[in-house]
Design a protein around this ligand. Structure first.
Ligand code: FES
Length: 75
């Protein structure tokens, strides 16, 4: 089953365990989940009033409606 998940975070969550810091993907675009792989950089030019989605090659698509009813994680 496919889902549309709205994410507004533009970067990773740093997590330090045992003195080692790992970066957990917060944007949802990494293909090495749960870890950040730097793909969030393609989302830096996003307009907060638009909804975007990306295909496997990182091509961005957009919709002018922000779909306010789509739930997103609290930051
Ligand atoms: S936060 Fe998602 S790829 Fe970096």
């Amino acid at each position: 089953m496919a889902r549309i998940v709205k994410r507004t975070r533009g970067g990773p969550y740093p997590v330090t365990i045992g003195g080692e810091t790992k970066y957990i993907c917060g944007c949802g675009l990494s293909n090495t989940q749960p870890f950040c792989n730097g793909t969030h950089k393609i989302a830096r030019q996003e307009d907060p009033d638009k909804l975007y989605w990306y295909d496997e090659q990182g091509t961005r698509f957009e919709h002018t409606d922000s779909f306010q009813g789509i739930r997103c994680p609290q930051e």
